[in-house]
Ligand binder design. Structure first.
Ligand SMILES: NC(=O)c1ccc[n+]([C@@H]2O[C@H](COP(=O)([O-])OP(=O)(O)OC[C@H]3O[C@@H](n4cnc5c(N)ncnc54)[C@H](OP(=O)(O)O)[C@@H]3O)[C@@H](O)[C@H]2O)c1
Length: 437
C-alpha cells in the first residue's frame, strides 16, 4: 500500500473539528477507497486547551498556522480558519509556496485572492481544492470543474445562503415578520449575532463570484456584484408573490449577456412551480444552464459541520487518490493565467420581468398616473391591481404591478417618476422576477 497521506489542519472550529472526527471515524473506509491511509499529523487553532470532541493526541500542535503550513511534515494543508486576509491568507500562501496541496472551505479568501493563489498552486504543480467553499456539502465545484467539459454556460444561479432561505421560508409558511424569523435563526444557530454578512447578501456574493469564474472562464471579481439583501422583504411582498404564483428567494445569479456578465444578488421572485422554489429552509441549491446539458439543479445541505466536512474530506480523498507526478487540472477549470478579465454588464441594462409594489394615497387619478409612467417608459404590464393596503398604512391603497420583460433602467426611471409625482405614502418596493424551470 502507498505511504499514508499526512494532513495538517489549521482551524478546529465547527468545520475543522468535524473534519478531524470524520477522518478518524471513517479511517478504515477511506483507506479502502483511497488505497492509502489518511492521517492527521499536525493541527493548529488559537486555544490549545479546548476540547474539540475528537482525539487529536497523535497530532503535533502549532500555535502558528503559517509555521504548520511551512514546516510541518505534511502532504496536505487544510485551512479552516476563515477570513479573506490575516492568518488564513498567509498560511494558504505559505503552504502552496512550500509545494503542499491545499484544501480550504474559505469562500471569502477565494473570492478576494483565489486567482493569485491558483497561480501559485499551478506553478508549483499542487492542488488547491475548495469544494466546501460554495454551497457546503453540494458537489458543485467538482461538477462545474470536471463534469461539464465542453459545455458553454449561459447562466448559473442559486440559493447560496441557508440563513436567508430559512428566514424567507418561515416568513411565508408562518406569516411571521422578518425580525421574528431572524431572531429564531439566531437562537437556533443558523444566523450570527451580527447577521449583516448573511442577510445583506455578502456571503452569497462571495460564493457567486467563485461560480462566475468557473462558469465563464473569467477572473474572480467579487467587488463587481450588484447586491441587495432581504431585510426589507415584508409580509406584504410574500403574500403578493403568493397570489401572483411566485415565491421570494435570495438568489445569486451570474448570466452572460451581450454587454458582459451580470453578477447580481437580490431577492427574486421565482415561479412557485419551479424546482428552485421547492428548496426550503437552510437547504442550498445551484442551477446551471448550458448548451449541451440543458439545465442542471443540484440541491442539498449548504452548511453545518457534517455537510461541510463531507466536502472537505472528499477534496482530501481526491488528493489521496491522485498519482505522484500526475499533472493536476487547473484550479478554476482553466489555467489561472488564461482566465479572461471579467467584463461587467451594467445593472441598468438587465432585462427581465419586475414586481413593483406601491403604497399610494387613496385619491382619484393615482392609478392612471402610475399606468402612464409605465407607458411613458415603454414598460408593458402583465397585470396591475389595486387593493386595500396593509392595516398599518391607514387609508392608503396598494398598487401591485407585474411587468413583461423590460430593462432595469426603464423600471428605475418609471418608479422615480411615480415617486416625484407625490402619490406614494411609503418607499416603493421593486423585486426582480427570474425565469426558472
Ligand atoms: N460553519 C459552516 O457551516 C461553514 C460552511 C461552509 C464553509 N465554512 C467555512 O469554513 C471555515 C471555518 O468555518 P467555521 O465555521 O469552522 O469557523 P469557526 O467555528 O469560527 O472556527 C475557526 C477556527 O479557526 C481557529 N483560528 C482562528 N484564528 C486562528 C489563528 N490565528 N491561528 C490558528 N487558528 C485560528 C479557531 O481557533 P479556536 O477554536 O481555538 O478559537 C477555530 O478553531 C470558514 O472559512 C467558513 O467560511 C463554514
Amino acid at each position: 500500500m502507498a505511504e499514508a497521506l499526512r494532513i495538517g489542519i489549521a482551524g478546529l472550529g465547527t468545520v475543522g473539528a468535524s473534519v478531524a472526527r470524520v477522518l478518524s471515524e471513517k479511517a478504515a473506509e477511506l483507506t479502502r477507497q483511497c488505497g492509502r491511509e489518511i492521517v492527521v499529523t499536525a493541527v493548529s487553532a488559537r486555544d490549545k486547551t479546548r476540547d474539540r470532541g475528537v482525539d487529536l493526541g497523535g497530532a503535533k500542535w502549532f500555535d502558528d498556522p503559517t509555521e504548520l503550513a511551512r514546516n510541518a511534515d505534511i502532504d496536505v494543508f487544510v485551512e479552516l480558519i476563515g477570513g479573506d486576509d490575516g492568518p488564513a491568507r498567509a498560511c494558504v500562501k505559505a503552504a502552496l509556496e512550500a509545494g503542499r496541496h491545499v484544501v480550504t472551505a474559505n469562500k471569502a479568501l477565494l473570492a478576494r485572492h483565489g486567482v493569485s493563489l491558483a497561480e501559485i498552486a499551478e506553478k508549483k504543480g499542487v492542488l488547491l481544492n475548495y469544494e466546501a467553499a460554495v454551497a457546503g456539502g453540494i458537489p458543485v465545484i467538482k461538477t462545474m470543474r470536471e463534469a461539464m467539459a465542453g459545455n458553454s454556460v449561459s447562466r448559473v444561479f442559486g440559493i447560496l445562503n441557508g440563513t436567508c432561505n430559512y428566514i424567507l421560508t418561515r416568513m411565508e409558511a408562518e406569516g411571521l415578520s422578518f425580525d421574528a424569523c431572524l431572531k429564531d435563526a439566531q437562537r437556533l444557530g443558523y444566523a450570527e449575532a451580527d447577521p449583516t454578512f448573511d442577510i445583506e447578501g455578502h456571503d452569497t456574493a462571495h460564493k457567486l463570484a467563485i461560480l462566475t469564474s468557473l462558469a465563464f472562464g473569467c477572473k474572480i471579481s467579487a467587488d463587481d456584484i450588484y447586491m441587495e439583501g432581504i431585510s426589507n422583504i415584508s409580509q406584504a411582498d410574500i403574500r403578493a408573490a403568493g397570489e401572483l404564483g411566485y415565491r421570494i428567494k435570495l438568489l445569486g445569479v451570474a448570466q452572460a449577456t451581450e454587454s458582459g456578465i451580470e453578477q447580481r444578488v437580490h431577492p427574486t421572485m421565482v415561479p412557485t412551480a419551479s424546482v428552485i422554489a421547492q428548496v426550503h429552509g437552510v437547504t442550498n441549491a445551484v442551477a446551471i444552464e448550458t448548451d449541451i446539458l440543458g439545465e442542471l439543479l443540484l440541491s442539498g445541505p449548504g452548511a453545518g459541520g457534517n455537510a461541510t466536512a463531507s466536502a472537505v474530506v472528499g477534496d482530501i480523498a481526491d488528493i489521496a487518490k491522485s498519482r505522484p507526478g500526475f499533472q493536476h487540472g487547473p484550479v478554476f477549470g482553466r489555467p489561472a493565467r488564461e482566465l479572461k478579465p471579467y467584463k461587467r454588464a451594467r445593472m441598468r441594462s438587465h432585462e427581465g420581468g419586475y414586481f413593483i409594489r406601491l403604497t399610494v394615497h387613496d385619491r382619484v387619478g393615482v392609478f392612471a398616473a402610475v399606468a402612464k409612467r409605465m407607458a411613458d417608459n415603454e414598460i408593458s404590464l402583465e397585470s396591475i391591481v389595486q387593493h386595500a393596503a396593509e392595516p398599518e398604512a391607514g387609508t392608503a391603497k396598494t398598487v401591485i404591478l407585474v411587468t413583461h420583460e423590460t430593462t432595469e433602467a426603464a423600471v428605475r426611471k418609471a418608479v422615480d417618476g411615480i415617486t416625484k409625482d407625490g402619490h406614494l405614502t411609503d418607499k416603493p418596493q421593486v423585486i426582480r422576477i427570474e425565469r426558472a424551470g
